[in-house]
Design a binder for this molecule. Structure first.
Ligand code: ADP
Ligand code: MG
Length: 348
């Protein structure tokens, strides 16, 4: 690792020691990377609307939203690769210029990894990673590439061409390429879509370690809550280009403000005769009498519990209910109970 990397590690440690409110990333004292009121409008709609987010140095934030919610548009503006309709991006006290303000779009300090990343097809893995380092001296270049190959478990593939790699390995090479110049900020646009769940988790752990060591500031966008949760506790929920809620993962799960946010974590069941009031399948208890009566109309074996579909006798609604004891079968009559404090009151 170069001197720059060591400095960053030191800064990161100091920063962590300075956090005034653990778990609440929005109260970090020192803003380093700042997206201010970013808006991108097309003829008849806003792809992103008035999006603001401040990150401290070395902070990780995940932006979650369904397909079409504006994630890619946001990251391209954040990287200075797409001109915003209004708003600003700052790194430290430097304004990040948009492609309309700058001759060559993009900035060395901010790297974006696209969903459809492109490697150079005719050169090896090693050459792909060292490509962005052509301006640096040969000794540093070699050391840096070896370090990245080692940290991302790519040593065995250094001589191969991209087409001789799996999708996941290619993805790692793209990440190594983006990290070669030690960017201050890394923006990841659904980067794990080519990986299965096990590979994905492994890569997330490797990557987190490496990025923490480098002190890199990270925004990770995804439609998959699980991926986000493996990466960070700090979440921003995007809906139709706007932030609908942000905070740490536990707070968002326990106190979602809308159905959209609640459904990121699990399905929800509407309580009969209580408009806007919902229960999660895990918060419903199965008892032998009292409560709401229903019948099991479907039962699925899942890894940690059985999932039941229960038709409520009175309202005819179908609820999804977790059965962790795996006691109930198709056709069983069940009695459903819940605690008042588990009721979610949600906007539509
Ligand atoms: P996501 O990455 O969350 O799937 P995008 O940022 O790609 O969402 O798109 C957000 C919205 O902006 C979508 O409705 C999309 O159709 C629209 N959009 C994206 N790019 C353009 C464009 N160049 N012209 C018009 N509309 C666009
Ligand atoms: Mg996208």
């Amino acid at each position: 690792m170069g001197l720059r990397g060591m400095e960053k590690t030191k800064t990161l440690t100091i920063l962590e020691g300075n956090k005034i409110c653990i778990g609440d990333f929005f109260s970090l004292p020192m803003t380093y990377y700042s997206l201010r009121n970013l808006t991108k409008s097309y003829e008849d709609h806003h792809a992103v609307q008035d999006f603001s987010l401040d990150l401290g140095k070395g902070e990780f934030v995940a932006v979650i939203g369904e397909s079409g919610s504006g994630k890619s548009t946001l990251l391209r503006m954040a990287a200075g690769l797409l001109a915003q309709t209004s708003g600003e991006v700052y790194l430290g006290d430097k304004k990040i210029e948009s492609p309309e303000e700058k001759l060559v779009a993009g900035h060395d300090e901010i790297k974006l990894i696209h969903q459809d990343y492109q490697l150079f097809a005719t050169i090896s893995v090693e050459e792909n990673i060292s490509r962005p380092l052509l301006r640096y001296d040969a000794g540093y270049r070699k050391k840096r590439v070896n370090h990245l190959l080692d940290r991302l478990g790519l040593e065995a593939y250094r001589e191969r061409l991209p087409r001789q790699l799996s999708g996941g390995q290619q993805q790692k090479v793209a990440i190594a390429q983006a990290l070669a110049v030690e960017p201050e900020v890394l923006l990841l646009d659904e980067p794990f879509s080519h990986l299965d769940a096990i590979q994905k988790r492994k890569l997330i752990f490797e990557l987190k370690d490496l990025l923490k060591e480098m002190g890199t500031t990270v925004i990770f966008v995804t439609h998959d809550l699980d991926d986000a949760l493996w990466m960070t506790d700090s979440l921003v929920v995007l809906q139709k280009g706007k932030i609908t809620q942000k905070g740490n993962s536990k707070a968002l799960c326990e106190f979602p403000k809308s159905k959209y946010v609640a459904r990121l974590f699990s399905s929800i069941n509407l309580i009969p005769d209580l408009p806007g009031c919902y229960l999660r399948p895990a918060d419903i208890r199965l008892r032998s009498r009292g409560g709401l009566v229903g019948h099991v109309i479907d039962q699925r074996f899942l890894v940690h519990y059985n999932s039941l579909q229960v038709r409520l006798r009175e309202s005819g609604q179908v609820w999804e209910v977790d059965d962790p004891a795996r006691k109930h079968k198709l056709g069983d009559r069940v009695y459903l109970h819940y605690d008042e404090e588990k009721v979610l009151v949600l906007k539509s």
